[in-house]
Design a protein around this ligand. Structure first.
Ligand code: LLP
Length: 415
């Protein structure tokens, strides 16, 4: 559920017409709805109101500091995967005790930064990383809380690039080895404190079964560890809950919550979640202007001023994003088109063979569900300045990131 709706024939974000935003900031631009972000946070949080839990919004989905601050103000913590994300989250005012640090390749300086900040826990993905964190903590005379990210080998039924909990994936440690590592750490790595078990099986998951299967495996591990005298306080379930881009029907967070609570209540544990997409995905759109239309010999093309550098998902995963006119015309006529950007690659598209209303040069187009993994995955490819980002709050809007300038493009370069 989001707050991008038509009033008459004009698309609005909450109480603001998109056309008004474009007049001020130009195109392409990302527009986020604060009310939608807040609503999504509470839909998730409410699902777990009866059990101890902590939501750690996954910064990678949308890392703008205004977006982070919106969640943090609701009580959210964060899931980070780099020193850069930690820096952003601290700027946005996160409580360090609500930070979990994930990722397969944490550098020494990043581990040091997180230890000095006093994050809640490191989600550790390899035996070597476990030892590295212990050594750095020892040097700094600190204790590091940790969870091992277990690889439960469950099929998440999603795009292969965003499946992470299968044996063939680079993520996590296999369950039996994970138990051995906890015992080794207890006996030998004195600057580590085992506090959690972690798993994240993938993203854009639209069924409950993969989550339930992962919980069954992690619950077994927790019970095993408790029998070994290792007291586990947190079960971190990662993120992964999917959203509707097209016709997908993912479970509502309330249903997901019920399934998770049913499976975990016997453990008497604090649950941690790292949702990203379900918080931000449908809370943002990418607005672009039609430059040209062209009738090829085989296809019709709409060439817009946004490109794969602004929103990489269609070219990277073949992802579907709904496309809507910012101003609806009275004509019901539709044509089959490819919507493409100006970049010099055939992979630079937003839609292929899509039935759309007729767009003409100068029209504005909204690419929907672009709030997660949109701007955060954007680049300067083809030396294109990155888009502006705008947050709408009721009848007001705020530029939360200026459009990049040509000068920004060469920042730090020299000859
Ligand atoms: N926790 C960890 C350890 C993760 O790796 C991820 C996402 C999340 C949480 C958040 O997952 P979510 O709730 O958003 O599904 N670029 C891709 C998605 C990559 C997801 C990477 N990890 C896309 O555009 O679909």
């Amino acid at each position: 559920m989001h707050f991008f709706n038509y009033k008459g024939n004009k698309l609005y974000a909450e109480g603001v017409p998109i056309e008004r935003i474009v007049k001020k900031v130009g195109t392409p631009c990302y527009v986020y709805s604060k009310k939608t972000l807040v609503r999504h946070y509470h839909a998730f949080d409410d699902a777990f109101r009866d059990v101890p839990h902590l939501i750690c919004y996954s910064v990678k989905a949308n890392s703008n500091i205004a977006v982070l601050k919106t969640f943090i103000k609701q009580g959210s913590g964060v899931d980070i995967v780099s020193g850069g994300e930690l820096f952003r989250a601290l700027k946005a005012g996160v409580n360090p005790k609500k930070v979990v640090y994930s990722g397969v390749g944490k550098r020494e300086d990043e581990i040091e930064y997180a230890l000095k900040t006093g994050v809640l826990m490191f989600n550790v993905e390899s035996p070597e990383e476990l030892r590295a964190i212990n050594n750095i903590a020892k040097r700094l005379k600190k204790k590091a809380g940790f969870a091992i990210r277990v690889n439960p080998d469950v099929e998440p039924k999603t795009h292969p690039y965003i499946s992470t909990g299968l044996k063939k994936n680079k993520f996590g440690i296999e369950t039996n080895q994970a138990i051995r590592e906890y015992i080794y750490a207890k006996n030998n790595l004195k600057n580590l404190v085992p506090i959690g078990v972690d798993c994240h099986i993938g993203s854009q998951i639209t069924q409950l079964t993969p989550f339930v299967n992962a919980i069954k495996k992690t619950s077994d591990i927790i019970e095993n560890l408790r029998n070994e005298g290792i007291d586990i306080k947190y079960l971190d379930m990662g993120g992964g809950l999917g959203i509707t881009y097209d016709k997908e029907a993912p479970p509502h967070p309330g249903k997901y919550g019920k399934a998770v609570i049913d499976e975990t209540k016997k453990l008497g544990i604090t649950l941690i979640f790292e949702p990203g997409r379900v918080m931000a995905g449908n809370a943002g759109i990418l607005v672009t202007r039609v430059l040209y239309t062209k009738k090829g010999t085989q296809k019709n093309f709409i060439i817009v001023d946004a490109a794969m550098n602004d929103l990489a998902r269609p070219s990277l995963y073949g992802s579907y994003h709904a496309i809507k006119p910012v101003k609806k015309s009275n004509s019901k006529k539709e044509i089959t088109v490819d919507v493409v950007g100006p970049i010099c690659e055939s992979g630079d598209f937003f839609a292929k063979d899509r039935e759309l209303p007729v767009f003409k040069s100068g029209d504005l187009m909204a690419i929907m569900s672009a709030g997660a993994y949109g701007f955060s995955m954007s680049s300067n490819y083809n030396s294109r300045p990155r888009a502006a980002e705008v947050m709408v709050d009721g009848n007001k809007f705020f530029i939360i990131r200026e459009r990049e300038s040509y000068k920004d493009l060469i920042k730090g370069e020299s000859f």
